[in-house]
Ligand binder design. Structure first.
Ligand code: ATP
Ligand code: MG
Length: 127
């Protein structure tokens, strides 16, 4: 059974990197209008699950639908109906997000007494 329009549906989704199982059979449904938060300890597999759901990496097994579209079979349709804001990094941040997220990798990569100035310097190197 596929997900209904406006919903997210995941059935027993698994991700293996070689023999290592990073996502171990997750099933869930987010119905239209619901707000859903994915929480877990470091290394639990949250980012890996999101990467699969956003079509960035293949699903090892299981099925997923977003807005009724099969993530594996209809990746273009899935990409058209979602927006993703990844954690900012020097290579992917935009200027507004850097301003609103002072604790970005660009600033942590440039420690020192003048973190703000160093961050700006890093930022300029990447843009
Ligand atoms: N490309 C990869 N190759 C091998 N192992 C990977 C790969 N990506 C993630 N992993 C492993 O899969 C597990 C889940 O990683 P993931 O990044 O999804 O966790 P997370 O829940 O997002 O953690 P965090 O809260 O630290 O962001 C970790 O053990 C990680 O080392
Ligand atoms: Mg993560």
């Amino acid at each position: 059974m596929s997900g209904e329009p406006g919903s997210i549906r995941i059935e027993n989704i698994v991700k293996r990197f070689g023999t290592f199982e990073a996502v171990k059979g997750i099933s869930l449904e987010v119905k239209p209008g619901e707000t859903f938060g994915l929480l877990g300890p470091n290394g639990a597999g949250k980012s890996t699950l999101i990467r699969m759901m956003t079509t960035l990496i293949p699903i090892t097994s299981g099925k997923a639908w977003i807005d009724g579209h099969d993530v594996d079979a209809e990746p273009d349709a899935v990409r058209r109906c979602m927006g993703v804001i990844p954690r900012p990094s020097p290579a992917t941040s935009t200027s507004p997000s850097r301003r609103t997220s002072p604790s970005t990798p660009s600033s942590t990569a440039c420690p020192g007494p003048s973190a703000g100035a160093a961050s700006t310097s890093c930022w300029r190197r990447w843009t």
